[in-house]
Design a protein around this ligand. Structure first.
Ligand code: HEM
Length: 408
């Protein structure tokens, strides 16, 4: 395999340290866009070879992959475990006998099958939506204002109450249960202290994680758990519990909350090519709230320019050569390869010269987007929460859009 790679001038441990300290900044869309503008489509970041050409990223997302304990460019630690590896994002899906696909099937079965549709339509779910609308009316909701910063109320409070209820049947009306969930799902610090390397190494949040494990283990979705099912690689109730606790914090609530903030104007787009000047809230106010397709495209276009998960990774299974600033360099098997979906989703060769313009009506948005590690409808390890995430953000646009049009 040969690829063209431009190397960032800073090197070795200094680069690593700098990338770690500035991780959030470095992996955010604005700075990676700037990196590509100065270094070209391919580059080296934090010890990973990054390849951002749309077709190469699409090929990777449609291929099986070897993995390690990374979320995009972010090293993870303290990941859930029982006696064997269970953290989906770290697991290879390169052969049928591997557990990855069966564990995903188990997760999907218990979260999104029995009782899920009923819970979505239930009185409890309606109360979550009513509370969200009420909070929007009563709390200041500009960027960085109360609606977006509270933990147990406002937008985050809604996601904690609603997702734990619809996926797991957890009684989030019980204040004691909410207290345990909020302690782990609140703000931005716990995600680092729970799972991001090096902050999570001492496991200072261990008892907080354990409390959420207990709430999930005792949830109604897992009450009928059947042990020893071969189709789920004999995944145990404890394994699914620990995996789910981590997924709720790392992916489900964090990812969807970011998208919901962005589509409602609570988070400015990255400062690149005037994307940050897009007035998302003003665009939202022009939408036909009865047009499901338009609402979906609105969410996808926001996520294309500002994706909650900006990259995935994989590990090279064989040695390969790469052309770096005109020189061919050999990389060994085991090299970490960064797959920056954010850059692929703004590759002008695929999206055209208006790639950085906010245009929810752009052609083939649904077919070409990679927001959920998909390529349209294809992909080998597509996010199992994509429909819940999208449906929830679309409904947020509808419910809060109505409040805005009533002049609140
Ligand atoms: C807007 C919100 C979300 C976005 C943008 C998103 C995006 C992604 C992406 C890009 C991946 C692939 C990561 C990788 O391979 O390294 C992923 C994986 C995953 N996501 Fe989501 N996600 C979102 C919400 C959710 C929700 C609500 C759930 C809850 C069920 C969820 C559960 C998962 C799981 C379990 C995986 C691992 C899948 C696997 O390894 O096969 N995500 N997500």
């Amino acid at each position: 395999m040969t690829m063209v790679v431009n190397v960032c001038k800073r090197s070795g441990s200094l680069l690593w340290l700098s990338c770690l300290i500035h991780l959030k900044r470095c992996s955010g869309s604005g700075s990676t866009e700037k990196g590509r503008a100065s270094m070209g489509k391919n580059y080296v970041l934090a010890g990973m070879v990054g390849v951002s050409d749309y077709e190469t990223v699409a090929f990777t997302l449609k291929s099986a992959q070897h993995r390690t304990d990374y979320l995009g460019a972010q090293p993870l630690t303290n990941l859930p475990k029982v006696d064997r590896e269970i953290f989906l994002l770290s697991m290879a899906n390169t052969a049928k006998e591997l557990n990855h696909d069966k564990f995903v099937a188990c997760f999907y079965h218990y979260m999104f099958r029995e009782g899920f549709e009923e819970r979505l339509k239930s009185e409890k779910a309606k109360k979550c939506w009513a509370q969200l609308a009420e909070d929007y009316k009563t709390m200041p909701h500009g960027e960085g204002e109360q609606f977006y910063t509270e933990d147990a109320t406002g937008l985050r409070g809604f996601f904690i109450r609603y997702f734990f209820y619809v996926m797991l049947g957890t009684d989030t009306e019980d204040p004691e249960i909410m207290k345990d969930l909020v302690a782990m799902m609140r703000g931005d610090t716990p995600i680092a202290m729970c799972y991001l390397w090096p902050f999570a190494v001492p496991n200072l949040m261990g008892s907080t994680i354990k409390k959420v494990d207990d709430r999930i283990f005792n949830s109604s979705s897992l009450a009928k758990f059947v042990e020893g099912e071969e189709k789920f690689a004999n995944m145990t109730k404890l394994e699914l519990t620990r995996l789910t606790t981590c997924i709720m914090r790392l992916a489900a609530i964090t990812g969807t909350l970011q998208l919901a903030k962005s589509v409602t104007g609570g988070l400015t787009m990255p400062p690149f090519e005037d994307m940050d000047k897009t007035n998302v809230a003003a665009e939202w106010d022009k939408l036909d709230l009865a047009d499901e397709q338009a609402l979906q495209n609105f969410c996808l276009e926001v996520a294309r320019l500002h994706p909650p998960v900006s990259s995935v990774h994989h590990i090279a299974t064989e040695a390969f050569s790469a052309t770096i600033q005109g020189r061919v360099v050999d990389f060994p098997a085991g090299t970490k390869i960064l797959v920056p979906t954010n850059l692929a989703m703004t590759d002008v060769d695929t999206w055209g010269v208006d790639a950085f313009k906010f245009n929810p009506s752009r052609p083939a948005l649904q077919e070409k987007n990679m927001v959920f590690a998909n390529v349209g409808k294809q992909g080998t390890r597509v996010c199992p929460g994509q429909y819940l995430a999208m449906d929830t953000c679309v409904e947020i646009l509808r419910v809060l859009g109505k409040v805005r049009r009533e002049g609140k």
